[in-house]
Design a binder for this molecule. Structure first.
Ligand code: BEZ
Length: 211
């Protein structure tokens, strides 16, 4: 199944390192990041999971629950967890799904057989409090993800969910933003009475609202 932006996030029940989880029940009211890694006891995956564990307070601050997945068993995840703590300096502090029967991997199209026969690739889904898919990313097994970038995107998603703005290239929290293309100048005057800079009529720049 292909899961695309704006779709309702498919629900599932899965065995995890924190017990059985009904996904939508578990995330209710929160943002969520569902991400897959190819295999336990592999080097890039070990660094990725250690990085996510270290960044957990940053996800918490943004009301984002994080959950990982591979087709290895929950028992394997538990065994691997001590290696992650030993080598990455942070213990696993979020659930990992043991998707041995590939129910979730198939539901979210995380296995791309022409890239990595039977294992999950590095997929990321960001899901909003309304249970709709806000972001999808797919990385190959050979490239570890940049989770600071994921936090940056979440900052943009959360800002643009609350204000009629968009964020420019390389934006980070606190930088200037752009008035959304669907907002007329008339509407913008009401929404942003302090005004904006417009080097072109379609490029309307203003300080980040709400700060
Ligand atoms: C890794 O995490 O290093 C890895 C996992 C599966 C295939 C290739 C690399």
């Amino acid at each position: 199944m292909t899961v695309r932006l704006g779709d309702n996030a498919p629900n599932f029940t899965a065995e995890t390192t924190d017990g059985t989880i009904d996904f939508l029940d578990w995330k209710r009211g929160s943002w969520a990041v569902l991400f897959s890694h190819p295999k336990d006891f592999t080097p890039v995956c070990t660094t990725e999971l250690g990085t996510v564990a270290r960044l957990k307070p940053e996800f918490d601050k943004r009301n984002v629950k994080v959950i990982g997945l591979s087709v290895d068993s929950v028992a394997s995840h538990h065994e691997w967890a001590s290696d992650i703590e030993d080598t990455q300096g942070t213990a696993l502090n979020f659930p990992l799904i043991g998707d041995e029967d590939r129910t979730v991997s198939d539901l979210y199209d995380m296995i791309h057989p022409n890239a990595l026969d039977t294992l999950t690739v590095r997929s990321v889904y960001v899901i909003g409090p309304d249970d709709k898919v806000k972001l999808t990313l797919t990385y190959p097994a050979s490239t570890g993800r940049n989770f600071d970038e994921l936090l940056r995107v979440i900052d943009s998603l959360q800002l643009t969910a609350n204000y009629k703005v968009a964020t420019p290239a390389d934006w980070k929290d606190g930088d200037d933003v752009i008035i959304g293309g669907s907002v007329t100048d008339e509407e913008a005057k009401e929404l942003f009475p302090e005004g904006w800079q417009a080097p072109k009529p379609y490029l309307r720049i203003l300080p980040q609202p709400g700060r």
